[in-house]
Write a protein that binds this ligand. Structure first.
Ligand code: MLC
Length: 300
């Protein structure tokens, strides 16, 4: 058997394994959604794009992600490995490139979404989804794919052995956001969805700048205080984003004759409550306790 026949065989085997998994996963996801009163219809604007027509690819990505994270955390904890004192050169370069890429991509998506919103004469809120707005649909599709690429953040945490960063908040956020955006891109990739994607993209411009600086600076506490003092304001900005999305989904999209699918607005509303609660807890743990520990040090 030649190498090309071997490759064909592997491709065929993978294809049939995927087919079998799709036969199991896809009907169950749609049955679960139907039980929650959600009956999504595949949008013609994104139907032909990879990872959209079936929930299986995104579900498989999330499953592999969760398995890698669980195994990684277990391995680090069982070997009692401490976080790296200093990132070795290749890892530091990888982290800087990853953050640069996400910084630029977030700005591109944030700018593109606003440009498309202006071109289609959207108002700030209350926008109807039109399948003919293909450029908007493609940008939202890119936003969905970027959420899968952002799984790389967690792999960076694992490579640095920073298990403190691999929190319930972090893993829940990364996994759930990919699943929710699959649903949006499947059913209504346009209209009101532009708002939370644009807002989140601009928040991520600030977030990846923060992570980029932290990787470039290293662990020196003096330089961290000098260049990363705004971390707490970044967390506040993220929480404000969740509140704005909550208000948007409740006030603008619900009610009689909503311009955007009501079930997506409802999913967004409850999802934002969960993120806000987790971030409020993160804020108190991280910044509340640092204030307390400074006060404790001063009282010594
Ligand atoms: C200030 C925050 C942005 C980040 O809080 P952290 O506690 O993670 O911040 P930190 O100061 O410890 O971050 C510095 C450490 O991150 C490492 N680091 C660098 N780049 C990274 C990357 N792309 N992903 C993960 N970690 C990274 C640095 O090397 C450094 O490690 P070392 O210290 O070892 O040198 C916060 O507001 C926040 O978001 N907290 C929630 C935790 C989280 O997972 N956030 C991201 C996804 S949530 C999200 O994205 C919400 C949204 O949509 O707005």
């Amino acid at each position: 058997m030649g190498p090309s026949e071997l490759l064909d065989g592997v491709r065929l085997a993978l294809h049939s394994v995927y087919g079998a998994l799709d036969g199991v996963i896809s009907p169950r996801v749609f049955a679960l959604l139907a039980r929650c009163g959600i009956q999504p219809v595949l949008s013609p604007a994104t139907a032909a794009l990879p990872f959209v027509a079936s929930p299986t690819p995104v579900v498989l990505c999330c499953t592999v992600y969760l398995a890698v994270v669980a195994l990684g955390v277990l391995a680090i904890r069982s070997s009692n490995a401490a976080p790296l004192a200093r990132d070795p050169f290749p890892l530091r370069t990888l982290i800087i490139l990853h953050n640069c890429f996400l910084f630029v991509l977030s700005a591109f998506m944030g700018g593109g979404l606003i440009t498309e919103a202006v071109r289609n004469r959207y108002s700030l809120w209350h926008n109807r989804y039109e399948p003919s707005q293909l450029a908007m649909a493609r940008l939202l599709y890119l936003f969905f794919i970027s959420k899968i690429y952002e799984f790389g953040d967690t792999f960076i945490m694992l490579l640095k052995r920073n298990t403190r960063q691999v929190s319930v908040l972090h893993v829940y956020h990364h996994c759930s956001v990919a699943l929710i955006w699959w649903l949006i891109v499947y059913h209504a990739p346009g209209g009101e969805a532009y708002f939370s994607a644009a807002l989140n993209s601009w928040v991520h411009v600030a977030m990846y700048l923060y992570y980029l600086l932290s990787a470039a600076i290293g662990k020196d506490p003096v330089r961290r205080r000098k260049y990363l003092w705004w971390g707490r304001y970044l967390t506040m900005m993220q929480m404000t984003q969740f509140i704005i999305n909550m208000i948007e989904s409740r006030v603008v999209v619900s009610g009689k004759n909503p311009p955007y699918p009501q079930f997506i607005a409802n999913v967004l509303f409850y999802y934002m409550i969960s993120l806000f609660a987790l971030f409020a807890n993160f804020y108190v743990q991280k910044y509340g306790s640092s204030r307390r520990s400074i006060a404790k040090l001063k009282s010594l």
